[in-house]
Structures are given as structure tokens and as C-alpha cells.
Design a binder for this molecule. Structure first.
Ligand code: UDX
Length: 451
């Protein structure tokens, strides 16, 4: 991993607007590379927490990195956008672009920030859009900046992030690629300087025009979501044909043109990026005159993955009213406490609607899940969640879930029924212990514990 190596002429004074999953990780990573970074957020409670040395969400290695960079004097936090703009040469916009009801990205925060940046600019400034935005946004940002402050020279660039939650620190400090969309040599030169410690260490920087960079981010997320939905549709077919989706995926993945990643069938994708980016990309394509119904189908298959898992629970339990169902894992994927658009919560809602009582376990996301779905009970102990349950469903493949003591689980549950929504457990062993085991895209195993 590259360590603080920017120095001398390479060091930049950088402002970051937005301290969410993207902004905070980016700010800490750029400080780690040697830059002097000042970050802000509209949420002053979040800033107060950061000032006290806390981090507002769970991300492996982030709290340590932030603390280290604050102590080194390279990373600081300030209350207003103007504070992180004045006297800076480069400012990154990392604010949220939440979905509107029709799927279109809401760019109100981006516009607000662009105006605030313009008003506070004290000299030539490179403004970099890092939030995931529809193609054409950087041009709008440029126009906003110039309208507000015709007296200042602004350079605008698009620098989409590809950080995965749970691996964001590693992804930021050891990226597969850095994408820089810019139209002027000044903007390109500034971004090259910003990432020089990484490119010097061999990380690839791809330079494009702005529209290409903006579009590439949506294309990546839409393609990855398509890959997962493809394998989930395949799982439905395997279940009907008596085949094993994991083995089919292994054959597919051994073809280098396909690759083995993102071929794990299960409850489907969630999180803050895929659902909103897929909807925004579909909407954008339509607005550009190219309706892209494939993307709607990808989203439909993803919803179906949750419905199919519910069907397995219903099949095993007959009726759901007054049944107790334990959900093992609530975060949208392991190594994060993020429950936004989590398939586990979508399943919990369906179960609750059918009259089941739901107890959710998660090692890090229990509190966030409770806040999102108060009707569900939550616990940080998997055996407590499973106690007296008629059925347990694996929703998130945490290591803590993969390594559950199945014998102990069997002992505390009322009925020995396991629905493995992530193909995370050893089904043979579960069946040997008497569980009736229902994986995804593979034949069920009946351990004979219940008839
Ligand atoms: C994603 C992109 O990967 C990242 O580049 C972008 O910047 C932000 O969006 P993230 O949302 O953190 O990152 O999750 P990711 O690791 O990509 O997983 C997305 C979803 O797909 C998760 O819900 C995951 O559980 C699911 N998934 C992934 C599967 O269901 N099966 C797989 O085989 C892989």
C-alpha cells in the first residue's frame, strides 16, 4: 500500500465537501498520500463526531486512517463549505445524489455546493466532481461556477470513485484504476499531481473527456448489477433443472472473458450505489433517446431474488403467521454497517407483512437495521436471534455467519430449518446435524430433523 509520499512541489491543498462513504475515505486517503486536506459536511453532528475522533460509519481501517492523518496534521474538518475552499487549489464534490421517485438522480446538493464553492473561491480553482452523477453534470457545475463568479478561473473535472464499501480504504489507496475526465490541460495536470503518489507506485490513471468519465461510472455499476442478476436468474433455472448454480458459475468464471467475480447467486444486490445508479442510468438513457429496458429487467430479477427466498421460507413453514424467523445478517453485504436498500430488510418487511415475527442478527448493522425497520427485533448474538425460531435465513455472508456453530444453532432453534440466502454454510454438515437445508440455485438437503 502506498504511504504518504507526496511532497515538495507535489503536495496540494485540497478541500473535500461531503464526509460520507466517498468523501471521508477520499479525504483520509489523500491526506495519507501527503496532501493537506480540509473536509466539511452539511451535517454538523457528523462533523462534531469527527472532531471528537469518531467516524460516522463502520468501514474497516477508516477510523485508524482518519486518526493517523488528523494527528499528522494533514487532515482537518471545518464547519462551512467556504472554509474548505478559501486558499485551496482543488476542491472535490463528494455529496450525495439520492434518487427521486422516478429514479432520476437528485442533484440539488451538487448545485448548492457548486454555488457555495463559487462564492468562496479566492483564486483559480479546480473543481472535481466525485459524486456519481448523470453525464452532463460537470458541464452544469461549470456553468454554475462561472455564472456565480465570472471573475474567477475555474477548471472542472470528473473523477468518479470506484470504492467498495467494506474495502473502501484499500480501494482508495490501491485502486484498480483512477479515472480522470477533463477538457483542459490545467485540469488534467492538477489531477495528475493529486494522484502522482499512486501513479508513481504503478496504479493506472485513465484520462478521458468529461462525458466519458461520467458515463463510465454508471456503466460499471450497471454491468456489475447485470452480472449478479444474470447469475440469480440462472439460480432459478438451476433449481428447476436440479443443477448447482455454484458449479455452473465456476465453469463460466473460468472463461477469462467472463471472470469469476460477481457470480455469487443469492438474495441479490443492494446498498446505496447499485439500486440508485441503475435507476438513474436507465432514466438518463431514456432521456437521451435510448430506452434501455435491460436495466429494468436487471432490477426486476433482483427483486425476484428476495421473493424467491421468501418462497423457500414459506414452502418450509407452510404459513408464516405467528412463526418466528431469524435473519442472520442484515447489512446489504459483509464488512459494512450499511443497511440502505439491503435485501435482508426487504425480506424482513415481507415476512412481517405475512404475520411472522422477525429477529435479525448482525455483528455491526443491528442498530442501523432497527432504526430502519422498528417492527423487527435485533440482536448482536446469532444464537439469541435463532433461539426458538422456526426457521433461520442467511442474508449476509459475514465471516461470523459462515463460521456459526451449527450444532449450537440446531440446539437453540425450535424447528431445524435453514434457508441459506447466500450459499454461505456447509449444507452437508447442516443436513448431517438434522437440518432441512435450503440453499440458492442448488438442491435442498433434508437432514430429517422435521418432516
Ligand atoms: C459498488 C461498486 O462495486 C463500487 O465500485 C462503487 O463505487 C459503489 O458501488 P458497493 O455498493 O460497496 O460497491 O458493493 P459491491 O461490493 O460492489 O457489491 C454490490 C452488491 O452486489 C452487494 O449487495 C453484494 O452483496 C452483491 N453481490 C456482489 C452479489 O449478490 N453477488 C456477487 O457475486 C457480488
Amino acid at each position: 500500500m502506498v504511504r504518504g509520499v507526496a511532497g515538495g512541489g507535489g503536495l496540494m491543498r485540497v478541500g473535500v465537501v461531503g464526509c460520507g462513504h466517498v468523501g471521508l475515505v477520499t479525504a483520509a486517503a489523500l491526506a495519507h498520500l501527503g496532501h493537506e486536506v480540509l473536509a466539511t459536511d452539511a451535517d454538523h453532528e457528523k462533523l462534531a463526531l469527527l472532531a471528537r475522533g469518531g467516524v460516522p460509519f463502520f468501514e474497516p481501517g477508516l477510523a485508524e486512517l482518519v486518526a493517523e492523518q488528523v494527528a499528522a496534521g494533514r487532515l482537518g474538518f471545518a464547519p462551512e463549505t467556504a472554509d474548505v475552499v478559501r486558499g485551496r487549489e482543488l476542491v472535490l464534490i463528494c455529496v450525495g445524489t439520492p434518487p427521486r421517485d422516478d429514479g432520476e438522480a437528485n442533484l440539488a446538493a451538487v448545485e448548492r455546493v457548486a454555488r457555495a464553492i463559487a462564492r468562496a473561491a479566492t483564486g483559480p480553482l479546480v473543481v472535481v466532481e466525485k459524486s456519481t452523477v448523470p453525464v452532463g453534470t460537470a458541464e452544469r457545475v461549470r456553468r454554475t461556477l462561472e455564472r456565480e463568479r465570472p471573475d474567477v478561473r475555474f477548471e472542472v473535472a470528473s473523477n468518479p470513485e470506484f470504492l467498495r464499501e467494506g474495502r473502501a480504504v484499500r480501494d482508495a489507496l490501491s485502486p484498480d484504476r483512477i479515472v480522470v475526465g477533463a477538457e483542459t490541460e490545467e485540469a488534467r495536470a492538477a489531477l495528475r499531481r493529486l494522484y502522482e503518489p499512486l501513479t508513481r507506485a504503478g496504479h493506472r490513471l485513465i484520462e478521458t473527456d468529461i462525458a466519458t468519465a461520467e458515463l463510465a461510472k454508471h456503466a460499471c455499476n450497471a454491468f456489475l448489477a447485470t452480472k449478479v442478476s444474470f447469475v440469480n436468474a440462472l439460480a432459478r433455472i438451476c433449481e428447476r433443472a436440479g443443477a448447482d448454480v455454484r458449479a455452473v458459475a465456476a465453469v463460466m468464471g473460468s472463461d477469462p472473458r467472463i471472470g469469476p467475480q460477481f457470480l455469487e447467486a443469492g438474495l441479490g444486490w443492494g446498498g446505496y450505489c447499485f439500486p440508485k445508479d441503475l435507476a438513474a442510468f436507465g432514466r438518463l438513457a431514456g432521456d437521451l433517446g435510448y430506452p434501455f429496458p435491460l436495466l429494468e429487467e436487471v432490477a426486476r430479477i433482483n427483486d425476484e431474488a428476495v421473493a424467491a427466498t421468501l418462497e423457500k421460507v414459506r414452502d418450509a413453514l407452510w404459513t408464516l403467521e405467528d412463526k418466528r424467523v431469524a435473519l442472520l445478517g442484515l447489512a446489504f453485504k459483509p464488512d459494512t454497517d450499511d443497511v440502505r436498500f439491503s435485501p435482508a430488510l426487504a425480506l424482513a418487511e415481507l415476512l412481517l407483512r405475512e404475520g411472522a415475527s422477525v429477529v435479525g442478527y448482525d455483528p455491526h448493522a443491528a442498530a442501523a437495521a432497527k432504526a430502519e425497520l422498528p417492527e423487527m427485533c435485533v440482536t448482536e448474538d446469532p444464537y439469541e436471534a435463532a433461539a426458538d425460531a422456526h426457521c433461520a435465513v442467511v442474508c449476509t455472508a459475514w465471516d461470523e455467519v459462515r463460521s456459526l456453530d451449527l450444532e449450537r444453532l440446531r440446539a437453540v432453534m425450535r424447528y431445524p430449518i435453514l434457508v441459506d440466502g447466500r450459499n454461505a454454510l456447509d449444507g452437508e454438515r447442516a443436513a448431517a446435524l438434522g437440518f432441512s437445508y435450503h440453499p440458492i440455485g442448488r438442491p435442498s438437503l433434508d437432514g430429517g430433523g422435521v418432516r
